[in-house]
Design a protein around this ligand. Structure first.
Ligand code: ADP
Ligand code: MG
Length: 243
């Protein structure tokens, strides 16, 4: 479903750094891959390259066979297939919850309002927040807003979901409700790439864990391998600091 091969990405401001150094990774349909690693290791940059929020400098990226780095590809279509959920919820503040869900599928997919609203309500129910369909984002808690953000991404009917530290900005008591939604999504067969520091989630849900450091994947394996038997010294050190 996702194929990344030798992906490189440089930033030149404030100084030249290589954010991604020959990153290769494949994700099969229905697979849940968790990416962990220290701050600044390139996790967000990698996710952002997958749906071209950042343009990789070299390498190959395909999502469901679609060449993301082809300048002629319809990038809105690529992004429609790769839903993204960020640390900050990024809901449209002046729109209701349901309106937040239906805007993109109407504009990008060209679907009718009624069809989108029906799917939207179904998804809001799935994330447990359908009662708030007519509320505005500022009337919701952080956990509720993030669940709406997940439902909004799903309303595009993406083939993969990318999560970038979706619970990092939440008060601790709200982390669980968002992780529960993500676990249910994983069980439903969604292909997911999740950047998170929630090791319990990684252990329970991940099919594979990827550890990044300094723009490179330095360890990759099952959660059991990664948590109980990491071979890389930097991965060991990182785990000892957070577990
Ligand atoms: P992570 O998500 O693992 O914390 P990032 O992908 O955000 O790491 O960052 C990787 C490296 O790229 C860091 O050194 C960061 O400072 C740099 N970086 C990320 N985005 C930009 C940007 N837009 N401009 C310049 N440097 C960036
Ligand atoms: Mg990040």
């Amino acid at each position: 479903m996702i194929k990344a091969k030798n992906v490189n990405k440089f930033f030149y401001v404030p100084e030249k750094i290589q954010a991604l150094n020959n990153v290769s990774c494949e994700v099969k349909p229905g697979e849940v891959v968790v990416i962990i690693g220290p701050s600044g290791s390139g996790k967000s940059t990698f996710l952002r390259c997958l749906n071209r929020l950042e343009f990789a400098d070299s390498g190959e990226i395909t999502i469901d066979g679609e060449n993301v780095l082809d300048g002629n590809v319809d990038i809105n279509k690529v992004r429609a297939e790769a839903g993204m959920v960020f640390q900050s919820f990024n809901l449209f503040p002046h729109k209701t919850v349901l309106e937040n869900l239906v805007m993109a599928p109407m504009m990008v997919r060209g679907k009718g309002r009624k069809e989108c609203e029906e799917l939207g309500m179904k998804l809001l129910k799935k994330v447990g927040i359908d009662a708030k369909w007519n509320a505005h984002p500022d009337q919701l808690s952080g956990g509720q807003q993030q669940r709406v953000a997940i439902a909004r991404a799903l309303c595009m009917e993406p083939k993969v979901m990318l999560f970038d530290e979706p619970t990092s900005a939440l008060d601790p008591e709200m982390v669980g409700e968002v992780l529960d939604v993500m676990k249910a999504l994983a069980r439903s067969g969604m292909t997911m790439v999740v950047v998170t520091h929630e090791m319990g989630f990684a252990r329970e849900v991940a099919d594979r864990v990827i550890f990044m450091d300094a723009g490179t994947i330095i360890e990759e394996g099952t959660p059991e391998h990664f948590f109980d038997n990491p071979t890389n010294e930097r991965a060991k050190l990182f785990l000892s600091q957070i577990l």
